[in-house]
Design a protein around this ligand. Structure first.
Ligand SMILES: [Zn+2]
Length: 550
């Protein structure tokens, strides 16, 4: 059975009936015929059955009125998203993709092909009599069938007004756009294909109107025959249900390194491609290892995230624009979902180099978010942002995903603390990163990073010791000597904050006697002064440098 509260993300903003073709700019609305023609009232939601108890054909009266609908077969093959928001829907496609990849991996010893089919205007062309027939065949109670019939046959029309002319077109097929029932109606229709599909050398997997077929055989010729047979089977089913497979948009990927031959279906030649995109994930064949390869997919999402990062960088710099918290929120809510889409599935197929690239991309974005110098260590910026490495975050998603696949009984028996597992895992990973930060960073945060601490352009230079100081500038070769203008041998964060006599007055006025770095940030009141102290020293150093140069 499809998941609770299912809605189809593909059609929420989907195309409205394109009628007439040459004047698409005009407004189009569907209206029940009960609305008087010529009236200005436009029903935005035409799904109000005027006669829910409309009489049914005699055959349906014989159905047992309280029988439970036989909808069990939908479960293993169909899954629909539970949410409609851009971020949440991304996770719900994972079970479908997950069911695809192991099947491909199992066939590694055989010649395998993956085909992605496109049913032209699937939801718009769902044939009502076929849906009703399927419900009848599945012993759906007659009352329910009557409601659905009434819902579909409610004399809906498309009204199109262009200048002074108004056109009408009666609807005879299609699941209503944005209707909460539409995905279920489509599933009822498509279920017929899925439960009757029976091939020793092929498997079919669907998500809403996305149809994927996996074929395998010992020989290439056998694979070709199996592919042509299954495609023909699906095409014939579509023909019977007044649907069309667009063979031009059908893609086929071979998962082996031998001869890659085209197949012929319906007098159309389908050429093999190097990549197939299924539910937003690119599948390709590994050049050497003859297995599913997600590296091109990861490279794609890295490019996309890189573009987003560049855009954000151009909109706010180190000393202006959004504050750190807002930057981190942008990363977590917009960029990270792009980087981790389908990651529960693809992470285990990646090599270490690819994983490093992902972590590096996150590091660069967090660097921008906390406004640190580009040389600041990954551990420091991740600790300040309180964000785990991207690969660790994905691992936590995998744990969550695996827990979601378990039955309630298993969860109670084996994982009594399931809800806290993910939280503890992430907590441990963030702690691990903190333990690996440099000595001066930990000197500030002996008891961990306090909640009130907010990294900014000034304080982050001191807590990471990567700033406009003699020692750091000498390390990167910007100055010859690491010493301080007060005569001190080394000018670093510790010297400037605790020892340098130039800042003695400021230090004693604001903090009194202070001996350790962590005393600057252990209390909220002191922390405010610390921020000002950092800014004061930074500006002092800058001015001193300018005066020296002039
Ligand atoms: Zn000094």
């Amino acid at each position: 059975m499809p998941q609770k509260g299912t809605r189809c993300p593909l059609r929420i903003h989907g195309s409205r009936p394109a009628y007439p073709q040459d004047t698409r700019s005009g407004p189009v609305d569907t209206v029940p015929t009960s609305v008087a023609r010529g009236s200005d009232i436009i029903q935005k939601s035409p799904i109000t059955p005027s006669s829910p108890a409309a009489p049914l054909p005699a055959a349906n009266h014989s159905l047992p009125p309280q029988k439970t609908p036989a909808i069990e077969p939908y479960a293993p093959v169909l899954s629909l998203p539970t949410e409609t928001s851009a971020i949440e829907t991304q996770t719900t496609t994972a079970p479908t993709i997950q069911s695809t990849t192991p099947k491909l991996q199992k066939k590694r010893s055989l010649q395998t092909s993956l085909k992605q089919l496109d049913i032209a205007g699937a939801f718009d062309n769902a044939w009502w009599p076929a849906i009703i027939k399927r419900m009848d065949n599945d012993d759906v109670p007659s009352d329910l069938i009557r409601i659905i019939k009434s819902y579909l046959n409610n004399e809906r029309e498309v009204k199109f007004t262009y200048e002074s002319e108004t056109f009408y077109k009666k609807l005879t097929k299609g699941c209503p756009q944005g209707g909460p029932l539409s995905p279920l109606l489509w599933n009822i229709l498509l279920n017929d294909l899925l439960i009757n599909f029976d091939s020793m050398n092929a498997d079919i997997i669907c998500y809403a109107d996305d149809v994927t077929i996996i074929c395998w055989n010992k020989t290439i010729e056998g694979l070709k025959t199996a592919s042509e047979y299954t495609l023909n089977y699906v095409i014939q089913w579509c023909n019977r249900n007044k649907l069309t497979i667009s063979t031009e948009k059908t893609n086929m990927l071979y998962l082996h390194n031998r001869q890659k031959i085209p197949i012929k279906v319906n007098n159309n030649i389908i050429m093999p491609v190097k990549q197939v995109k299924i539910l937003g994930m690119k599948f390709s064949n590994h050049k050497w290892k003859n297995k599913v390869n997600f590296t091109p997919h990861v490279n794609d999402i890295l490019c996309k995230a890189g573009r987003m990062k560049n855009l954000l960088c151009s909109l706010s710099g180190n000393m202006w624009g959004l504050d750190t918290e807002k930057r981190l929120t942008l990363f977590k809510t917009i960029i990270r979902p792009v980087l981790t889409y389908g990651s529960e599935i693809w992470l285990k197929y990646l090599n270490n180099r690819c994983k490093q690239k992902l972590n590096s991309m996150q590091y660069q974005i967090i660097l921008w978010a906390v406004r640190a110098y580009k040389t600041t260590s990954s551990n420091c910026v991740h600790s300040l942002a309180k964000i785990p490495l991207l690969t660790d975050y994905i691992e936590s998603r995998i744990i969550k995903f695996d827990l979601a696949q378990m039955s309630i009984e298993d969860l109670i028996t084996y994982e009594p603390h399931a809800p806290s597992i993910v939280k503890s895992f992430l907590h441990a990973k963030i702690n691990e990163i903190f333990e690996n930060t440099n000595e001066i960073f930990r000197s500030f945060f002996v008891l961990g990073i306090p909640r009130f601490f907010r990294p900014n352009f000034y304080n982050i230079q001191f807590i990471t010791d990567h700033g406009n100081f003699g020692k750091f500038l000498a390390t990167i070769g910007a100055v010859k000597e690491p010493g301080c203008f007060c005569g001190g041998e080394i000018q670093d964060a510790r010297h400037l904050l605790l020892e340098c006599p130039i800042f003695l007055d400021f230090r004693e006025n604001r903090f009194g006697r202070i001996g350790q770095l962590d005393e600057f940030v252990d209390k909220k009141e002191k922390y405010k002064n610390f921020d000002q102290f950092c800014k004061y020293i930074y500006n002092f150093l800058l001015n001193w440098k300018k005066e020296k140069e002039s």
